[in-house]
Design a protein around this ligand. Sequence first.
Ligand SMILES: Cc1cc2nc3c(=O)[nH]c(=O)nc-3n(C[C@H](O)[C@H](O)[C@H](O)COP(=O)(O)OP(=O)(O)OC[C@H]3O[C@@H](n4cnc5c(N)ncnc54)[C@H](O)[C@@H]3O)c2cc1C
Length: 474
Amino acid sequence: MDTAVVWFRDDLRVQDNPTLADAVGDADRVAPLYVFDPDRYGESEYGPKRTGPHRARFRRESVIDLRESLRARGGELSVRHGDPERVVPAVAAAVDADAVYAQTKPATEELRTENAVRASLADRGVGFERRWTHTLYHRSDLPTPCDDLPDTFTPWRKEAEAEASVRDPVPAPETVSGAANADSGPVPTLSELGLDPPTDDDRAVLRFEGGETAGKARIEDYVWAGDHLRNYKETRNGLLGDEYSSKLSAWLAAGCLSPRWIHRQVGRYEDERVENEDTYWLVFELAWRDFFQFQFLKHGGAFFTPGGIRDVDPDWDHDRTAFRRWADAGTGIPFIDANMRELNRTGYMSNRGRQNVASFLVDALDVDWRWGAAYFQGALVDYDVASNWGNWAYQAGVGNDSRDRHFDVLSQAEYYDDDGEYVRTWLPELDGIPGAAIHRPWALPSSKLAEYGIDLGVDYPAPMIDLEARYRER
Ligand SMILES: Cc1cc2nc3c(=O)[nH]c(=O)nc-3n(C[C@H](O)[C@H](O)[C@H](O)COP(=O)(O)OP(=O)(O)OC[C@H]3O[C@@H](n4cnc5c(N)ncnc54)[C@H](O)[C@@H]3O)c2cc1C
């Protein structure tokens, strides 16, 4: 083949990128392309922006880093801002491409875009090659065809672990011979994407910097220099600091790192340092990630319906005021508000926090879980369609688990934030309250509140719901 376009999507890396490697192997010249799709930056049908400033900044940085990596190999990344259905065929025509190579993902809108691009290329006689590149296990290596996959995690994981193996990562191509007429184009600014730059907060667990280079640096810091993998499982439910969990999600979601490459790093760590349950646990978590990807392949659009893949239809509430109090960290339940404030200020929230705020919205307030999922979609730096909507559906009882997933938020707060340090970090207006008493300010006598310098309802909201009574009702 003479010329191929590599249309990068959520695979912003050169290492272990079979789409790029195959195009480089098959074609004499390669024209790499990234398209900022305005649809991804507009509002969702539920109201919030589909991409907020934290993720948009991460994405820009990732594209810039990819451009540098390709330049170092002799290639040039073209960047465009427009509808992929129009832009990809136009770039293919400009470089006289024989085929376009692209990553495929299982979610509905991504597939719709991909199919529209493919059809438009076919009309012009240009081929389309797709590659499945974002999971630990390749979909073709799973022992059971996707349509018959178990809907619960443990049987699926056990089957995959017993009968499939993780393929070796594909090396980054040494050279990428650029195509004639490739025109690089500027990376759009945040304001061109319709967003204000995010403000940085010193309390953030990490400054998530986009790009494969920064993702590899995170592995270096967390796994190698920090040596944290040896107690990963033990610390993973933490709430404060950059060390309690891997914080790899944003790089995985944008495809700056591949799960297979991370798996390889874990293997190396096990060979060179220690192999224990904690080291395995990172692979276990990557299996959760895979699980939701494959569930999307199986159930597709059902994940976006009120009753989810289980087709149960609880009577969801559509109370905008209640929803806004949740989203704006103004519920009056400190553990919920602290987590939502962290999300709003930094784009990140721990897994423990995500489970609790989701449970509060759907179990305590009965609000439509899809509103919460759509809010997370905009706010998260690590948003991934299958991980987000899959976890929300799961938490709402309409996804991959029929058990009651309801969390007692107050007990969770007292267990996981037993000294109140997390809440104190994010809600300094309550920092006069010592110890775990911070989790139930409403339970303190007014004399104590006065002693701690807090006027409930003025300095911090009174609770929007009697949570203890709500849990007793269940
Ligand atoms: C309501 C809700 C929404 C979520 N939305 C997202 C999302 O949009 N994007 C996202 O990457 N994760 C999502 N998660 C999963 C999980 O909370 C994050 O992956 C994790 O907190 C990211 O931090 P980490 O990288 O330090 O994870 P670690 O705990 O170190 O885990 C390592 C990696 O495993 C994967 N992983 C871990 N847990 C899960 C899980 N439950 N589901 C899927 N993958 C998992 C992630 O890729 C993660 O980076 C969501 C969870 C909940 C409860």
